[in-house]
Write a protein that binds this ligand. Sequence first.
Ligand SMILES: Nc1ncnc2c1ncn2[C@@H]1O[C@H](COP(=O)(O)OP(=O)(O)OP(=O)(O)O)[C@@H](O)[C@H]1O
Ligand SMILES: [Mg+2]
Length: 262
Amino acid sequence: MRAIAIINQKGGVGKTTTAVNLSAALAATGQRVCLIDLDPQAHATLHLGVPFDDEYKSVYDVLTTNASLADVWRQAAENLWVVGSHIDLAAAEVELAGVPGRELILRDKLEEVEGQFNYVLIDCPPSLGVLTLNALSTVDEVLLPLQPHFLALHGLSKLLQTIDLVARRLNPKLRLSGVVYCMYESGTRLAAEVTSDVDEFFREARQPNTPWAAAQTFQTKIRRNIRLAEAPSFGQSIFNYAPDSNGAEDYQNLAQELHKAA
Ligand SMILES: Nc1ncnc2c1ncn2[C@@H]1O[C@H](COP(=O)(O)OP(=O)(O)OP(=O)(O)O)[C@@H](O)[C@H]1O
Ligand SMILES: [Mg+2]
C-alpha cells in the first residue's frame, strides 16, 4: 500500500484538484484507492459528489471518536473510496489540543485497515497544523503541487523543515517524492523562470539523508484547463465530466508516471 499526502500550506495551488483526479485516474487503471479528505473545507468530498445525508460521518469522527476509517468511507466510483470531511473538522485543532499523541491518530486508524488499498491519498488543508501533521505521520510520500507563480517558493523552506522534523521524530520513512506543477501555462516566461528557480532550490537544498534527497519534478505538468475548474460543481472527476479534455489527459499521464515511480 502506498500512502501519499498532497501538501502545500499555500492555498489554491491545485492540491484538491490533484488529489481527486489522481485518485480517479489510479482507480480507473484498476488500483484500489482510498482518498482521505483532511481539509475542513471538504472540497474533495464535494468534488466527488459524496452526499451529506443524515447518515453522514466524516474524518472528524475518525479523529475524535472510536470510529474507524471503514465506518466512514464511501464508494465514489469503481475502485475508489472516499473518507469525507466536514466543516466540524475545523474545530479538531482545538479539541485535540490536550490529547497525547494527537499527531498519530490517523496513522493508527490506517493501520487497522492495512492492505485494503493499493493507494491511500490524503488531501491536506493549506496549513501546517495538527491535521497536516497527522497526514505527515501517516504517509510514506509527500507530493507537492506548485503553481508556477512568482511566490511559488515562498514558504517552501518552512514546509521542508516540517517534513524533516516529522521524519526525525514521528515517521522515519517519510519522503518528499515529487513536485508537480499545476495550472501550468507552457510557453510563458514566468512558467519557465519559476520551474528553473524550483529546480535550483532543490539542487541547493539537496543533501544526503534528507527526506527530499530523491525528490523529482514530474515530467507531466498539469496545464491550466477550465474543465478542471468546472468539474467540482458537478460532483464529478475530470474523467466523468470531460474525458477528452487536456485535464483528463494530464492527470492520466501523472497517474502513470507516479505508478511507475513506485
Ligand atoms: N489545472 C487547472 N486549470 C484550471 N483551474 C484549476 C486547475 N487546477 C486547479 N484549478 C482551480 O483552481 C482553484 C484552486 O485549486 P484547488 O482547490 O485544487 O487548490 P487547493 O490547493 O486544494 O486549494 P486550498 O488550499 O484552498 O485547499 C480551484 O477553483 C480549481 O478548480
Ligand atoms: Mg484544497
